[in-house]
Design a protein around this ligand. Structure first.
Ligand code: MN
Length: 237
């Protein structure tokens, strides 16, 4: 609203431009929300082979993820949700129908998941490495805790590395398409930094019942730069 007002003023009253310009350069403009978008996959369906097979990737992205997105849009149609960023929707998720929670979560969680994987992983950036070592003592401890969460989570869901409001990293798992941004009792709240899908549709074609093997192989394709970028953004909030 503020931003829209500013543009109108700056556009119609030339005299106010320098003053408004000074103010605008001091405080960053809020990110403009341009509607819910289904994301491009940043790599080919076969790019994460042999750890995640091409057919699983294709079905997961074109059927499951697209399905959540379409169903979320259908649930949001004609409401203010079409104009509301997902993070804000999740803050008030208990006010909305369960179809928004399930499909909105399904839409959002997979966006994070695709982004935090890459066919060409690089070394973990120093900021993230330091934070992990501070809060888990070592990378090995962190991985062990995350693995244990992902391997033992009962039924469908997700395992997360997230940042809490005290600036501390933690690992948690959520059921179904829930995530740590959701204002729901039983969910430990935080900003998600790393997401692992442990629904059977994420691994069953290749790994069948061997979820543990899928979880162990996940570490070969983690995009640490993407995780680090989320940490930077969360720290600056
Ligand atoms: Mn999935």
């Amino acid at each position: 609203m503020e931003r829209r007002k500013f543009i109108t003023i700056a556009g119609t009253a030339a005299l106010t431009v320098p003053i408004m310009g000074t103010i605008a350069s001091c405080s960053p403009a809020p990110e403009k929300f341009e509607g819910h978008k289904f994301p491009e996959l940043g790599y080919g369906f076969n790019a994460l082979e042999p750890y995640i097979d091409a057919l699983t990737m294709e079905l997961h992205y074109t059927k499951h993820h697209q399905g959540y997105f379409n169903n979320f849009l259908a649930a949001a149609e004609g409401t203010e949700l079409t104009e509301t960023p997902m993070e804000r929707i999740f803050e008030n998720i208990n006010k909305y129908p369960v179809s928004v929670r399930n499909n909105g979560g399904g839409f959002y969680n997979h966006v994070l998941f695709w982004e935090n994987m890459t066919p060409s992983p690089k070394e973990m950036p120093a900021l993230l490495k330091k934070a992990i070592e501070r809060d888990f003592n070592s990378f090995d401890n962190f991985r062990e805790q995350f693995n244990s969460g992902a391997k033992t989570h009962f039924g469908s869901g997700w395992t997360w590395l997230a940042l809490n409001s005290d600036g501390k990293l933690f690992i948690t798992s959520t059921a179904n398409q829930d995530n740590p941004l959701m204002n729901v009792s039983g969910i430990t709240k935080g900003v998600p930094l790393l997401a692992l899908d442990v629904w059977e549709h994420a691994y069953y074609l290749k790994y069948q019942n061997r979820r543990a093997e899928y979880v162990d192989n996940f570490w070969n394709v983690v995009n640490w730069e993407a995780v680090n970028n989320r940490l930077v953004k969360a720290n600056n909030k």
